[in-house]
Design a protein around this ligand. Structure first.
Ligand code: PLP
Length: 364
C-alpha cells in the first residue's frame, strides 16, 4: 500500500544535531557544547519565571506587548516593528517562510549556523554556500554568490561556529552592494558579547533599510535558553508578513516575564560579558601554548572558541578523550569541521578544568 510521502525538499534536510548534555557512564564536569551562559540567568529573571507559574491555565499574551515594549526601551526601537519567536530559530524560519520558496536561492557562509540551510530547504528554496576566508565571513564571496534568484542572505555576527566578527564597515558594504529585493538577515545571537563601541550597527540598518532584518535571542547572554525566546526587528511590512505565519501563541507566559525581568538587569549582562572576555582570552592563551601540538583557535568575539587540531592528535580523538573526562564540547564533522572542536567559555573552574584536560590529551 502507498504510504504518505514527505516532500522531497523536506527529506533533503540533514536533521539539526543539538549539543549533547549527557555522557554514558561518566559524571559531567562541564557542558560546553551549546554556548549557554555558565553564570545562569539574572536572579530577577529566575524570580519572574517562578512567579508566572500560577497562570498555567491561561494562554500567553499573543501580542507579547509588555515584552516588545521592554525590548524597544532597551534598544530604542519601535515596538510595533518587533517580531518574536520560539527562540530566534523560529524568527529565522519566519523570514524564510515569508520571503523564499521553490526556485529561490538563500545564501549563507560555509561555516555558518546550521539552521539557515534547514530554513531554506523547509520552504523548498535552494541553499547557496559562500566560501569563507580563513573561517571568517567573506563579503566578496557572499556577493559573488548572489544571483537574480537570491531572496535572502543570512549572516551571523559574531558567527557560529567560528566566533568570527564582521566589522561595521563590512556589514555596511555588504548591504550597500546587495540588490534592494534581497532580504539581509543579520543574526545577532551573540551581539551582547561585543563591546558597545564595536557594534556592527545592524540594528541601525534594520531601523532605516526595508531589506534588513536583525535577529536576537534571550538564550545566550541573558541565560534563558530553556524558555526559547527570540526576537527580530525589521520594517513594518516585513513584520506584518512574518506575523501571518507565526504560531498564534508562540512564546510562553513564563518566558515573556523572565525575558522582561532579564532586560531590566543589564548589570548581569555586563558581568557576563566581562566574565566571558576574561576567560575567553585566558583559554585563547592556553590554546596558543599548545601550538606545538598543532592546536590553534580561530579569533573569537563570541562566548566560545573554535579550536582547530592540525597536529598528531585529531579533533575526533580529543573530543572522545574530553568526553571521557566529563567535558562535553562540540565536534562538528557534519558542518565541514571534522578538524575542529567548538568549546563554550564556562565558569572559571570549568574553563581551567577543560584546559588542563586538553593539555593532558595533546601532551602539551
Ligand atoms: N543564531 C545563532 C548564530 C546561534 O548560534 C543560535 C543558537 O545556537 C541561534 C541563532 C538560535 O538561538 P535561539 O533559537 O535559542 O534563540
Amino acid at each position: 500500500m502507498n504510504a504518505p510521502t514527505p516532500k522531497p525538499w523536506i527529506m533533503a534536510i540533514a536533521p539539526y544535531v543539538p549539543g549533547r548534555s549527557k555522557i554514558d557512564g561518566v559524571t559531567v564536569r562541564a557542558k560546553l557544547s551549546s554556548n549557554e551562559n555558565p553564570l545562569g540567568c539574572s536572579p530577577h529573571a529566575d524570580a519572574a519565571f517562578r512567579a508566572a507559574n500560577d497562570t498555567l491555565a491561561r494562554y500567553p499574551d499573543a501580542a507579547a506587548g509588555d515584552l516588545r515594549d521592554a525590548i524597544a526601551a532597551v534598544h530604542d526601537l519601535d515596538p510595533a516593528r518587533i517580531i518574536y519567536g520560539t527562540g530566534s530559530d523560529e524568527v529565522l524560519h519566519l523570514v524564510a517562510g515569508a520571503y523564499a520558496g521553490a526556485g529561490d536561492e538563500v545564501v549563507f557562509v560555509r561555516y555558518g549556523f546550521s539552521v539557515y540551510e534547514i530554513a531554506a530547504r523547509r520552504v523548498g528554496a535552494t541553499p547557496v554556500i559562500a566560501p569563507d576566508r580563513d573561517y571568517a565571513t567573506d563579503v566578496d564571496a557572499i556577493l559573488a554568490a548572489v544571483t537574480p534568484r537570491t531572496r535572502i542572505v543570512y549572516v551571523a555576527n559574531p558567527n557560529n561556529p567560528t566566533g568570527t566578527f564582521t566589522p561595521r564597515a563590512e556589514i555596511a558594504r555588504l548591504h550597500a552592494a546587495l540588490p534592494a529585493d534581497v532580504m539581509l538577515v543579520i543574526d545577532q545571537a551573540y551581539a551582547e558579547y561585543i563591546d558597545a563601541d564595536e557594534d556592527d550597527h545592524a540594528l541601525e540598518l534594520a531601523r532605516t533599510q526595508p531589506n534588513v532584518i536583525v535577529t536576537r535571542t534571550f538564550s545566550k547572554i541573558y541565560g534563558l535558553a530553556a524558555e526559547r525566546i527570540g526576537w527580530g526587528y525589521g520594517s513594518a511590512d516585513a513584520v506584518a508578513a512574518m506575523h501571518r505565519i507565526r504560531a498564534p501563541f508562540n512564546i510562553t507566559t513564563a518566558g515573556q516575564k523572565a525575558a522582561i525581568a532579564a532586560l531590566a538587569d543589564q548589570q548581569f549582562v555586563a558581568d557576563t560579558r566581562a566574565h566571558n572576555a576574561k576567560w575567553r582570552a585566558w583559554l585563547e592563551d592556553e590554546v596558543k601554548a599548545l601550538g606545538n601540538a598543532g592546536l590553534r583557535s580561530v579569533p573569537s568575539r563570541a562566548n566560545f572558541l573554535l579550536v582547530l587540531f592540525e597536529g598528531a592528535v585529531s579533533a575526533e580523538a580529543a573530543y572522545h578523550a574530553l568526553m571521557a573526562r566529563g567535558y562535553i564540547v562540540r565536534w562538528l564533522p557534519g558542518q565541514g569541521l571534522p578538524h575542529g572542536l567548538r568549546i563554550t567559555i564556562g565558569t572559571e573552574e570549568e574553563t581551567r578544568g577543560l584546559a588542563q584536560a586538553l593539555r593532558e590529551i595533546v601532551g602539551g
